[in-house]
Design a protein around this ligand. Structure first.
Ligand SMILES: *Cc1c(COP(=O)(O)O)cnc(C)c1O
Length: 376
C-alpha cells in the first residue's frame, strides 16, 4: 500500500500567496503613494526576498528591515530599491548596512560620527514622540542632528521620522498627542530648512486614517494580509497571504480513560479517534494554544487534544471520519473551516505578528500566485 500523503512535499509547510501580498501592497499604495514596505524578520515569517519582489510589483517604493543582515540579504538577492535599516546597529552592523547601500536611522551625535567615519551615507533622524524606544525625545537635539546632517558633505538627510505606540488601539488620544508633537516639530524644521521628507505611520495609523498624512507610510503587517487591529483582516479588505498546513499522518483510536501526550493532559471521556499531525512547537505552533485551539481537517475544525509536542500534535476527531493523508490546516483554509492568524493569536494570548514570525526555518515556504505554483 502506498501510504496516503506519500506525495506530500513536506510534513508541514507554509504556503505564501505572493499575489495577495502584491494586492495588499497596491491597496496601501492607494492610501500612501510613497510606501515603505517593512520586510523585517523575514517579512514577518513570509520570506523576505520573495516578499520584496511582491511589494515592489505592488508599487512599494522603499523597503525597510530591522537589521543589517536583513538588508544584506535583500541586496545579495539583487533587490535594488532603497532599503532603510530601522533598528539599532553596532558599529560592525553599521558597516554592513552601509556596504549594502542601506539608509540608517540616527538619534545621537555618536551615531552620526560613526556614519561619517565609515564613509558617510543616507540618514533618517528619529524623534521619539512617545514610543519610548529608539530616537531622541528632545526636539531641539533632533533639530541639531538635522542641521548637522545637512551641513556635513558625506551625510545625506533621507528623512525625519517617528513611530506610534498606540495606533492599533481604539482610544486615539495618545496617537493624537504623538501626531501633534511630530507635526509641530516638523513644521518648525521645515520653516527653517525647507522641504524635508517625513514618515511616521505604520499599518494601523495608515488604515485608521485612510490616507497618509506625511510623505511616506511604513507598513508591515497589512502587506501580509494580517489585521493591524488584530480582529479580522478580511473586514479591512486585506487578503491573508500565508497558510500553514500539515497532514493527518496517523490515526489513534482512544478508548474511554486512555490518555494522549505529555503530562496526560488529554484523557478520553468516551471512545474517540485522535489524528496525529506532524507539526509542533519547534515549527512555531505555540504550545500555549492547547487547550482551546483548533485545526481544520475536511472542512471542519477539530479541537487540539493534549499538549503540543516539539514535532507533533494531536486533534480530537470524535466520530467524524478523516483519512490518513488528509490535509490539516493550522492557519488559513476556507469558509467555516478557516483559521485566521488573528484567532491563533487570541488562543496564544498574543498578536498576529508573533504568530507568523514564530514559524521556524524548519517549515519550508512554498510560494504561489493565487494557487498557481511558481517554479522553484
Ligand atoms: C515594524 C515597524 C513598522 C511597521 O509596523 P506595522 O505595524 O507592521 O505596519 C514601522 N515602523 C517601524 C519603526 C517599525 O519598527
Amino acid at each position: 500500500m502506498t501510504p496516503a500523503g506519500g506525495g506530500r512535499a513536506a510534513r508541514a509547510l507554509a504556503r505564501v500567496n505572493l499575489a495577495a501580498i502584491e494586492r495588499n501592497t497596491a491597496k496601501l499604495v492607494r492610501a500612501s503613494p510613497r510606501l515603505c514596505a517593512v520586510l523585517k524578520a523575514d517579512a514577518y515569517g513570509h520570506g523576505a526576498v520573495e516578499s520584496a519582489r511582491a511589494v515592489l510589483a505592488g508599487g512599494a517604493r522603499v523597503l525597510a528591515v530591522a537589521t543589517s543582515a536583513e538588508a544584506a540579504e535583500l541586496r545579495a538577492a539583487g533587490v535594488a530599491a532603497p532599503i532603510i535599516v530601522l533598528g539599532a546597529l553596532t558599529r560592525r552592523e553599521l558597516v554592513e548596512a552601509l556596504a549594502a547601500g542601506a539608509e540608517v536611522v540616527a538619534w545621537t551625535d555618536a551615531l552620526l560620527d560613526w556614519v561619517r567615519e565609515e564613509g558617510g551615507g543616507r540618514v533618517h533622524v528619529k524623534l521619539d514622540t512617545g514610543m519610548g524606544r529608539l530616537g531622541t525625545r528632545d526636539g531641539a537635539l533632533a533639530d541639531r542632528f538635522v542641521t548637522r546632517v545637512l551641513a556635513t558633505d558625506s551625510l545625506e538627510l533621507a528623512g525625519v521620522m517617528t513611530h506610534f505606540a498606540t495606533a492599533d488601539e481604539p482610544d486615539m488620544r495618545f496617537l493624537e498627542e504623538q501626531l501633534a508633537r511630530f507635526s509641530s516639530w516638523l513644521d518648525a524644521l521645515r520653516d527653517q530648512h525647507g522641504p524635508i521628507p517625513a514618515h511616521a505611520e505604520n499599518s494601523a495609523a495608515l488604515l485608521g486614517a485612510g490616507r497618509a498624512r506625511f510623505d511616506m507610510a511604513r507598513c508591515g503587517v497589512a502587506l501580509y494580509g494580517l489585521d493591524p487591529f488584530g480582529v479580522d483582516a478580511r473586514a479591512r479588505d486585506l487578503e491573508p497571504a500565508l497558510e500553514l498546513v500539515s497532514w493527518v499522518a496517523a490515526l489513534k483510536p482512544c478508548a474511554a480513560g486512555e490518555s494522549a501526550g505529555y503530562g496526560r493532559r488529554f484523557v478520553a471521556s468516551k471512545a474517540t479517534l485522535l489524528g496525529i499531525i506532524p507539526v509542533g512547537y519547534a515549527d512555531g505552533v505555540r504550545r500555549v494554544i492547547s487547550p482551546g485551539g483548533e485545526v481544520a481537517v475536511r472542512g471542519r475544525r477539530r479541537p487540539l487534544a493534549g499538549t503540543i509536542s516539539m514535532d507533533s500534535l494531536a486533534i480530537d476527531l470524535g466520530e467524524d471520519p478523516v483519512a490518513i493523508g488528509d490535509e490539516a490546516v493550522l492557519i488559513g483554509g476556507a469558509g467555516e473551516a478557516r483559521v485566521s492568524a488573528e484567532e491563533v493569536a487570541r488562543w496564544a494570548g498574543t498578536i498576529n505578528y508573533e504568530v507568523t514570525c514564530a514559524l521556524s526555518p524548519r517549515v519550508p515556504r512554498h510560494y504561489h500566485r493565487d494557487g498557481e505554483a511558481l517554479d522553484a
